[in-house]
Design a binder for this molecule. Structure first.
Ligand code: SF4
Ligand code: SF4
Length: 356
C-alpha cells in the first residue's frame, strides 16, 4: 500500500523494458553512462526506471531492522545518502543529486538495479535519465517493477564505477569533512552504515541515547551472520574503538547469548592509527587472550568496495583483521580487496595506510 501511495505521489510514471530487450550484461566504466548489453545483440545506455521505492535514496523497512536481533533499538533513519545529497522528487521523475553535497561514496550507485547512477570525478553522482531504445514509458505497478528488478538482479556486471586518483581521494575526504559539519555528530555512523549496506553487509544504526544497547552499528546478513561495529572517526577517537566494540560484544553475549568468538567485531574509522600506536598491540592482545579478532575497516576501504562493485563476504571481512605485525594496510588489506594495485602515490596518508 505504501508503495502504491508513493507511486501516486510521484506521478505514476516509470520505465519498463521494451519488447524483445532481454538484459544480458551491465558494463560499467568510470564516469560513463552504464551500457546494457542485451540478448538481441544490441547495447543501450542505462536509464532511470523511476523505482517506486527509490532504493538509491531510501532504505526499506526490512533493511533498517536487524534480522538477527529484531528487538534491537535501531534508529530507523531510512536515508541512503548520509550527506543528504540525493533527493526523490515528490512530483515524479528521476532522483536528483545535489552535486555540491555529494561525497562520491557510491552507495546510491551500488543500489541502483539498472546501473543508472554513475560517479563523475569532481562532480559527484549523476542519475542518467535520457531516453533509451531499450526502455519505454509505463504507468508501472509495483508487480511490474518487482519483476524487472528481479531480472536485473541476475544480470552480471563488469567494470568499475570510478577510478581512484590522489585528486579524487583529496576531494572525497574534503567533502566528507564538510558533510560531517553540515549533518552533525551522527554523520560517521550514518555514512559507515550506508557504505556497509552498499558493500552487501546488513547494518542497523544504534539509537542515540539508548543506554541499554549503546553499540554504534549492529551487523546482520547478508555479509555476516552476527556482528557489531564501533564507529570512531579521527585518529584520537579510533583508539577507543577496540574497547567500545568489546563492551558491545559483552552486552550481546550476556543478554542475547551471542557467541563472542563467532560474532564479527569491527572498528570503523576514517583514518588509521599510526604504525607505532598502542592500538595495534591492543588488537593483538584481544585476539590472543579472548580469541576475538577485531577487524579494522576504513571508510576508504568500504568506498573501494562500492566503487569496484565488491560485496563483502565473511571471508573478505575476516581479511580486515590486522595487528602489530602489519606492514601495510594498503598492500595487505586494500589491494587484496580490489585484486590489483591502487593507482595512488605511495606517500602514506592515514585514510589509506599506516603513517610512521
Ligand atoms: S554518491 Fe554517496 S554522497 Fe553522493 S549522492 Fe550517492 S549516496 Fe549520496
Ligand atoms: S536511479 Fe536507479 S534506483 Fe534510483 S529510482 Fe532510478 S532506477 Fe531506481
Amino acid at each position: 500500500v505504501s508503495q502504491l501511495l508513493r507511486q501516486q505521489t510521484r506521478g505514476g510514471s516509470a520505465r519498463k523494458l521494451a519488447q524483445g530487450w532481454d538484459p544480458k550484461e551491465l558494463r560499467y566504466a568510470p564516469g560513463q553512462t552504464t551500457q546494457i548489453a542485451f540478448h538481441n545483440g544490441k547495447t543501450a545506455p542505462a536509464t532511470c526506471i523511476r523505482c517506486i521505492d527509490a532504493p538509491c535514496a531510501v532504505l526499506s523497512d526490512e533493511e533498517t531492522r536487524p534480522s538477527n536481533l529484531p528487538d534491537f533499538p535501531a534508529d530507523r533513519n531510512p536515508s541512503v545518502c548520509a550527506a543528504e545529497a540525493i533527493e526523490v522528487p515528490a512530483a515524479g521523475g528521476a532522483p536528483r543529486v545535489h552535486s555540491d553535497r555529494c561525497v562520491m561514496c557510491g552507495v546510491c550507485a551500488s543500489r541502483c538495479p539498472v546501473g543508472a547512477i554513475r560517479l563523475v570525478a569532481d562532480t559527484g553522482a549523476v542519475v542518467d535519465d535520457a531516453d533509451s531504445a531499450a526502455f519505454v514509458e509505463t504507468s508501472a505497478v509495483a508487480k511490474e517493477q518487482t519483476e524487472l528488478r528481479s531480472r536485473f538482479s541476475k544480470v552480471p556486471g563488469h567494470g568499475t564505477r570510478i577510478a581512484e586518483t590522489d585528486r579524487l581521494v583529496d576531494t572525497v575526504f574534503d567533502r566528507m569533512a564538510r558533510a560531517g559539519e553540515r549533518v552533525g555528530d551522527r554523520y560517521p555512523n550514518l555514512i559507515t552504515r550506508s557504505l556497509l549496506i552498499g558493500a552487501g553487509v546488513g547494518a542497523a544504526l544504534g539509537r542515540k541515547g539508548n543506554n541499554h544497547m549503546r553499540m554504534d552499528l549492529l551487523l546482520y546478513p547478508p555479509g555476516v551472520e552476527r556482528g557489531v561495529a564501533a564507529v570512531e572517526f579521527g585518529q584520537e577517537a579510533v583508539m577507543e574503538g577496540p574497547r567500545d566494540v568489546l563492551d558491545s560484544l559483552a552486552v550481546l553475549a550476556s543478554r542475547h547469548k551471542w557467541d563472542a568468538k563467532t560474532t564479527t567485531a569491527a572498528v570503523l574509522s576514517d583514518s588509521l592509527p599510526n604504525r607505532r600506536s598502542e592500538y595495534w598491540h591492543v588488537v593483538q592482545d584481544i585476539a590472543k587472550t579472548l580469541s576475538v579478532k577485531v577487524q579494522t575497516i576504513t571508510a576508504f576501504a568500504l568506498m573501494l568496495a562500492n566503487w569496484n562493485r565488491i560485496k563483502l563476504t565473511p571471508g573478505v571481512i575476516a581479511s580486515f583483521y590486522v595487528d602489530r605485525d602489519i606492514t601495510s594496510y594498503r598492500g595487505e588489506v586494500l589491494e587484496k580487496l580490489i585484486g590489483r594495485r591502487l593507482q595512488l602515490k605511495t606517500d602514506p596518508r592515514s585514510e589509506i595506510d599506516l603513517a610512521k
